[in-house]
Design a protein around this ligand. Sequence first.
Ligand code: SF4
Length: 207
Amino acid sequence: MCSNEDAWNTLRQEILECQQCPLSKSRTHAVPGEGPQNADLVILGEAPGRNEDLQGRPFVGAAGKLLTELLAGASIDRSAVFITNTVKCRPPENRPPAPREREICSPFLQRQLFLIRPKVVCLAGRVPAETILDTHVRMAAMHGKQFEREEQTYYVIYHPAAGLYTRRLMPIMEQDMSKLKLLLDQKTGHGTPSGEGQRRLTDFSSR
Ligand code: SF4
């Protein structure tokens, strides 16, 4: 019988060797993602960028550094989070991944989520939110909100790169990350919110 470890190794190898879409031709390394295989929280970004492509690791550039800071600011340990992207290979010139590329790559993500079974999947930016929620996304309206799809909880935040280019978003991004921590605590049963914390959770839930 195939163990979870076997399934992970097979999946990782398939991603590293994948040539199913045109992004395989321009990549340096595919970037499967990294983090604990039983993580309560998955963060899903758009696609690997230049540094990620060179190193084969997710969120290692300036946006990744900001993500680490935002997580730490909300008392979320990055090493406890599984981090990956909607497509596993870098699109040329950092363009957004095309719908067809996302569609071809999506079984890899679905298999990762099936193995991890996270309590919360955090959708970082418009592309992952539209990929998962299958709807047009206006980030200004959807950030900081929780969505339920097929017994999985999703939560939308701005992509960390947005904070690099639009500094006025930083307080909003910090607040969204704090709400994510509350949601995570509620889902894991750690520090179960009550009183003010529970009220704030109810405020940002979208059901
Ligand atoms: S983006 Fe996904 S589908 Fe395309 S080559 Fe990379 S791993 Fe394969």
